[in-house]
Write a protein of this length. Structure first.
Length: 423
């Protein structure tokens, strides 16, 4: 017997009912897990949108590796929404489809829609996992959990349909035919099924709208809601520290000036890339009145004993390369070239970048392998560890750590320090 062009399912046996119930429970558990992971990642994305230094995160506490670098990367936002937001939309829609199936019963086609949606999500998860494993974006443990959940969901969703692959293909084909204007064997039943799908679609729209509005509001807040008094109060609470530097450190501006900005940075860090842009603006605004000192702090276990998980696999090589450029008095040119290349999402060779920066390649190749170059990077890193630098960029203004790295906040603090020193 056929209903609405689809294969009707036979009544379930006791064993089949137990299997069906187990698949329901598994699907519900995985959807709940997906909602929890996506919800946390979206919350963390919102936190990072409004503050450059947001304290310890769940990933660091549980996995020993932060998810923040991934959430700050270019991959974190797609089609105008954070990927975690798309995750919430997906799991919410999937949950709505499953609730429709469980409330209507086995005559519902909602599980078929859930399976199709799950297959699409699984394909996208495989692609995003490949991106992470290939090093095109920093590895995010919780993101990987969400992708594994997506892959695992396919099995219970397939079991819930109670159909073979051939039957599923026929059912999908019949549904597409009806949506394109074809006739259904039972028009009344078909319309009721469409009501169910429209209900799930409405859930998706509502969730999308909520995430979109929240994301837009927080992005606007990050730009607009700047409180100078609060920024200054937080800054002045921090006890200043003495930071040693010498002629072997890359510097810009007047070393005898009243304002000194020391930056501990990592060339593979997306947040450092953003701060490099801020730094260029500050140099244009304040000129030589601002003395800038660059310190290396690669977030790689290769040369940083503080790092347990190799967050940025090329960061040490990039730091050694930058020191080689400094020996040719081309540090800041190479500094800008490295950040513009976005090493966290690019596999461009350092020698290619050295050529772009106008370096002598033979000398560059030799100098970046010198023990003295490696010792210099190690000395900077050790100094950062002693100061308590736990992430990058670590920025110090006249010895005080600056946690709010929004351009307007840093510019305000520098202006205040200049005023205090009569400049």
């Amino acid at each position: 017997m056929r209903l609405d062009g689809h294969l009707a399912r036979q009544p379930l046996s006791y064993q089949a009912m137990r299997t069906h119930g187990g698949s329901k429970s598994a699907a519900l558990l995985l959807v709940a897990c997906g909602v929890a992971v996506s919800g946390y990642l979206l919350h963390r994305h919102f936190v990072l949108t409004n503050a450059s230094a947001a304290g310890k995160d769940f990933c660091s506490a549980v996995f020993g590796a932060s998810c923040d670098e991934t959430l700050r990367s270019e991959w974190a936002v797609q089609l105008g929404l954070p990927l975690a937001g798309w995750g919430l939309v997906y799991y919410g829609t999937l949950g709505a489809l499953l609730l429709i199936e469980w409330s209507v019963g086995e005559e519902s086609e909602a599980t078929l829609g859930a399976l199709v949606l799950g297959l699409v999500a699984a394909v996208l998860s495989v692609a995003l996992l490949v991106v992470m494993l290939a090093g095109l974006t920093p590895f995010c443990p919780l993101c990987a959990v969400a992708h594994v959940v997506n892959l695992a969901l396919v099995y219970p969703l397939k079991r819930l349909t109670g159909r073979s692959a051939a039957q599923l293909v026929k059912a999908v084909a019949a549904g597409v035919h009806y949506c394109l204007g074809g006739k259904a064997a039972n028009p009344g039943l078909a319309r009721w099924r469409l009501v169910g799908f429209f209900s799930a679609a409405l859930v998706a729209v509502v969730l999308y709208q909520w995430v979109y509005v929240e994301y837009a509001l927080r992005a606007f807040s990050a730009e607009a809601a700047f409180d100078p008094e609060e920024t200054l109060e937080l800054f002045e609470r921090i006890r200043p520290v003495d930071i040693f530097y010498d002629s072997d450190d890359a510097q810009l501006g007047d070393a005898q000036g009243a304002i000194r900005l020391v930056v501990f940075s990592d060339f593979e860090c997306p947040a450092c890339t953003e701060f490099a842009r801020t730094l260029r603006g500050l140099r244009e605004r304040f000129g030589d009145r601002l003395h800038v000192v660059f310190k290396h702090f690669p977030l790689s276990s290769t040369c940083n004993p503080l790092v347990r998980t190799d967050l940025h696999g090329n960061a040490c090589e990039a730091a050694w390369a930058a020191e080689a450029a400094r020996r040719q008095n081309r540090f800041w040119v190479f500094h800008d070239t490295l950040f513009e290349a976005r090493l966290s999402t690019s596999d461009i060779a350092l020698e290619t970048l050295a050529r772009q920066a106008g370096l002598d390649l033979a000398r560059f190749r030799a100098d970046r392998r010198l023990q003295s170059v490696r010792d210099k990077v190690q000395s900077n890193t050790d100094q950062g560890i002693r100061l308590g630098v736990d992430g990058t960029p670590g920025v110090y203004l006249n010895g005080r750590r600056v946690y709010d790295l929004r351009p307007q906040a840093v510019e305000f603090l520098i202006s205040h320090e200049l005023d205090d020193h009569g400049n």
